[in-house]
Design a protein. Sequence first.
Length: 160
Amino acid sequence: MEELEETVALLDLCLEPIAKRPVDLSDPAWAEKLRTSEPLDEAGVRAETEEALRALLDRYEHGDDETRAAVRAVFDRHSSFCWAAHLPGADFRTRLLHLSARDHGRDTRDEILTLNAIHAEARAAGVDIGPLLREVAELSSTVDKYGMGSMRDLLLRAAG
């Protein structure tokens, strides 16, 4: 895990200038620029970031409680990596694992919006996501970081 975190720390440094760059709200196209930006490509670290993210999610999924807590801590310590890392075309389960591993990210409200979007996509595709939500909830933190429920609570609530 130590070597993987070192890799994530280096990627975080590459991504930080992009993640922390101010948004020019006076630019009429600011929202579109944000929506279409590809920070991994801009930083030239897409392959390395996707590889590190896959490794983290594998450890998260197959590890014990201590390992999952360590993965959550990596995301927490490396906020630019956490913000930028994603796996294009990932299946619903992988996206839920990633959401769970981020454990609220910087703002639970953003993660709830992400969860709602995943849920809506699954419904539109005719996928019963309830069992996946319950399965991933079992791996999730029970810590209520920001007063809106733990990640486990959020996933179970979404499962109905």
